[in-house]
Unconditional design. Structure first.
Length: 223
């Protein structure tokens, strides 16, 4: 299983868009890899349709999207028509690849197995709903693992990408329920002296300990 901060494994895989080598496909972009238990299943169809609708947002953030499902490329191609129909985007090209993983080799390598869910025909374990966000240096920066029965919240996934990209650039952290444009916290590694040089508008919140670690500032921007 890949841990946060580790280099994400490189691999070769077949997709409905052709064969890819993962690191080469990712290039110098951020990436999101999300897995699915099976083609032609209701929750998976809603998720892939939602990602199709959200592609303008992923493109805005410079994030490449790739899915994985434990079925063949031929199955993916047929399933995509259902996904496009559910998304009400039948006239569009499907915008991202879906990896073939009939053998469960990749989901085993990447720690995506859900031992409680089994394929009804083969008895093989199914993939959980894993979400892995990888940065341009090929390091895994975030992972979320849902059981097969629970659909993901892709608005939350977009929110986490916004946070990761912001905190990569500035020495800040995003507090509970943060959304783009909200105030942020100065990272604890930044001294008060350094913080005063970087920020003119620091709101230090009083806490009973008397420590001054609750330092709030407006979200930094390039403008």
């Amino acid at each position: 299983m890949v841990l946060l901060g580790e280099i994400f494994p490189d691999f070769i895989a077949d997709t409905q868009m052709g064969t890819i080598r993962f690191h080469e496909w990712l290039d110098n972009s951020w990436g999101i890899l999300f897995s699915h238990p099976n083609d032609f299943t209701p929750v998976c169809t809603t998720e892939l349709a939602q990602v199709m609708k959200l592609m303008p947002e992923f493109n805005r953030l410079g994030v490449k999207v790739i899915a994985l499902s434990c079925n063949s490329v031929e199955s993916h191609v047929k399933w995509i028509e259902d996904i496009k129909s559910y998304a009400s985007l039948t006239g569009q090209e499907f915008p991202y690849p879906i990896i073939e993983d009939k053998s469960r080799k990749l989901i085993t390598l990447l720690g995506m197995l859900d031992p409680a869910e089994r394929d009804q025909e083969t008895g093989l374990p199914m993939s959980a709903r894993a979400v892995y966000i990888i940065d341009p240096n090929k390091k895994m920066r975030l992972s979320i693992l849902y059981p097969a029965t629970t659909g993901r919240n892709f608005d939350e996934i977009l929110r986490t990408i916004e946070s990761l990209q912001l905190t990569e650039k500035y020495k800040v952290a995003t507090p509970v329920n943060w959304k783009k444009g909200d105030d942020v916290m100065i990272d604890p590694s930044v001294s008060d002296e350094e913080a005063k040089k970087c920020y003119s508008d620091i709101n230090t919140i009083y806490v009973p300990s008397g420590k001054t670690y609750m330092r709030v500032v407006p979200q930094p921007t390039d403008t």
